[in-house]
Design a protein around this ligand. Sequence first.
Ligand SMILES: *Cc1c(COP(=O)(O)O)cnc(C)c1O
Length: 228
Amino acid sequence: MSTIAENIAKVGARIREAAQASGRDCAGIGLLAVSKTKAAAAIRQANACGVADFGENYLQEALEKQRELTDLALTWHFIGPIQSNKTKPIAEHFAWVHSVDRLKVAERLSAQRPPHLPPLNICLQVNVSFEPSKSGCSPDELPALAQAVTQLPNIRLRGLMTIPEPTDDRALQHAAFARLRELQNSLNLDLDTLSMGMSHDLEAAIAEGATWVRIGTALFGARDYSHD
Ligand SMILES: *Cc1c(COP(=O)(O)O)cnc(C)c1O
């Protein structure tokens, strides 16, 4: 087995165990493979093992890989910070955007979504870490933003996403993910998605209700940014 195949098997086992431990059906937990900085060949290998959803953070890099992989049936998720002048290619080339944190970006994605495509699936990124510098809207801003986004055509608000402050403290991991779930419930909207949990904290995220776990390092190995 290739390393990627072995890693996929290991991550799959972690997801199943975490689901079982919290009495959840693992069918409700999607594996989003985060392929930023990784070559198209790695995506091809992962897809050969049954992974179909890929998350990318950098637009140019993602578009290049998409062009190399048009023969595969992949679902692309944009999960990185969004500059409002880059929304058009995102609206055109992705099925999901997990990192919407302001109305202007949502409005542009809606206006620029090509009419022949289904609505763009959107998650609102929320900062649950009390760190003002981090991206994501604040919990205080969330209700008004969510209300406004549900009014837009061509995009469909599916739920919330968060990237908490990294910590090995299990209790803090749980607290951050529980906070996102509670914020989602308090919106009283018809939402079905919680995008939360990465390589080091997917167990806590699944226990608190994650429906997408976004996994990079545990699937593809550490990222090398030294060529940039
Ligand atoms: C890089 C990244 C991930 C994956 O993180 P790992 O720790 O490598 O699993 C998940 N979500 C977002 C938004 C990312 O930028």
